[in-house]
Design a protein around this ligand. Structure first.
Ligand SMILES: [Zn+2]
Length: 191
């Protein structure tokens, strides 16, 4: 099957999002991007029931920087409610709304992610990521708002079904992520 994903030149001309032409095979690893790219090894493509997602267009070794959330940090009440689902928390009540159609906009959650948060806005590879694999993070590792609730259908064996703030992760899971969670959570006594 051949997908032309989100091909809107008018939008992408000023955006960091790549324009992808991906040939899907059963083995994701054989996907290839005919890409106009301004960033390293990523593109936005169809992620099935998760909507669109961010995919690696080349192998990304464990520990490598994958992407960084960019944008002005805003107080939550300055962000329109319809954009909350895209907002990336960087501090208590402070969020970045990624540029529309940027990688940060499309980055999906998994309960068994291949990438993790580093510092305030960084995302790094938790393990080696294969070419064609979707980039995911665990949303609980950057959420400090206890009212946050999101149903999950990531399909992983360890899927928590409901995603909540960092505080609700088990001690085992917190230990697993270690320092690879948002900086403000590490510094906070509330978490
Ligand atoms: Zn899940």
């Amino acid at each position: 099957m051949l997908f032309i994903v989100d091909y809107r030149p008018g939008v992408h001309a000023s955006s960091s999002v790549t324009v992808c032409l991906i040939t899907y095979t059963k083995r994701f690893g054989q996907s290839s991007c005919g890409v106009r790219t301004t960033k390293r090894a990523l593109c936005v493509s169809d992620a099935g029931k998760r909507g669109r997602g961010v995919f690696a267009t080349t192998r990304i070794p464990k520990g490598d920087a994958v992407l960084s959330f960019r944008g002005k940090e805003k107080w939550i009440w300055a962000i329109p409610m319809e954009l909350w689902q895209y907002a990336f928390q960087v501090d208590y009540d402070k969020y970045i709304v990624p540029r529309r159609h940027s990688y940060g906009w499309f980055l999906n959650h998994s309960c068994e992610p291949n990438s993790v948060i580093l510092g305030r806005t960084g995302v790094v590879a938790l393990r080696d990521i294969s070419k064609g694999e979707e980039i995911t993070i665990d949303y609980s590792t950057n959420v400090g708002w206890d009212g946050f609730e999101m149903n999950c259908r990531c399909g992983e064996i360890r899927c928590r079904r409901q995603i909540r703030s960092y505080r609700y992760l088990t001690d085992e899971r917190k230990a697993y992520y270690g320092r690879y969670v948002s900086q403000f959570l590490l510094e906070s006594k509330k978490a």
